[in-house]
Design a protein around this ligand. Structure first.
Ligand SMILES: Nc1ncnc2c1ncn2[C@@H]1O[C@H](COP(=O)(O)OP(=O)(O)O)[C@@H](O)[C@H]1O
Ligand SMILES: [Mg+2]
Length: 210
């Protein structure tokens, strides 16, 4: 629900996450390009601090940065993040269980709103993910660790980029999507848990006295 606080917790606990700069739209940081040049490299990704579904996420070059930032004028707090190329891998956690991972291969420029929700966008969902056993363990363990660090209960989904053999955690979703194309239900299904059973588990788990 707050991508920046989450990133601070990731960093404090030595979990790799893309470098970033905080941008306040209302203050219109005038020397933003030089700030970026000092800390990051173009392309960068801009995103609201508390959105989801890739809404208002843009990959920006030096040339189109300001134009894209202006599209985020309704938000005050914006993250400007280092763009990480490479593979997109997401992991589901269910209680204390490392449920599994899935890889997304969008046909579009990135895993944007259409790539997430439109069948026509033909994003490839790859499960099981082709990863060395050690790497698979690493990403599953990081996801469980972060689920606990943030203090999550129930089901979460962590979004990673995998580049040069390193996982970069973008965010942890505390209310992961449950649509037909959503990833937690697909990962659960792969593990033999159908949608009805998944929902039943979530409801029972949420009703527990803790
Ligand atoms: N730093 C980044 N480098 C490369 N791609 C990114 C980066 N940040 C976001 N993306 C792309 O945008 C998508 C949405 O970003 P994310 O931070 O997960 O926000 P949302 O809450 O909207 O899902 C990611 O799944 C990924 O495809
Ligand atoms: Mg995401």
């Amino acid at each position: 629900m707050d991508k920046e606080i989450s990133k601070k917790i990731f960093l404090k606990n030595k979990i790799l996450t893309p470098k970033y700069i905080k941008y306040y739209y209302n203050k219109k940081n005038k020397n933003i390009i030089s700030l970026i040049n000092n800390k990051l490299k173009f392309p960068v990704v801009i995103k609201p601090i508390n959105e989801g579904s890739s809404v208002n996420v843009y990959i920006c070059t030096k040339k189109n940065l300001i134009k894209n930032l202006n599209k985020l004028s309704i938000y005050n707090e914006i993250l400007i993040e280092q763009f990480i190329p490479g593979r997109e891998i997401q992991v589901a956690i269910m209680g204390n269980i490392k449920l599994g991972a899935i890889e997304l291969k969008p046909k579009r420029k990135f895993y944007d709103y259409k790539a997430k929700y439109s069948v026509k966008a033909k994003t490839k969902h790859i499960i099981p993910v082709d990863l060395e056993r050690k790497k698979m363990e690493e990403v599953l363990n990081t996801s469980l660790k972060v689920h606990k660090l943030i203090g999550c209960k129930g089901v979460t989904r962590s979004d990673f980029k995998f580049y040069k053999n390193k996982f970069y955690l973008l965010e942890i979703n505390t209310q992961p999507g449950m649509t037909k194309l959503s990833l937690v239900p697909e990962i659960a299904n792969f593990r033999g848990i159908n949608f009805a059973n998944l929902i039943e588990w979530i409801l029972k788990d949420a009703s527990k006295n803790r």
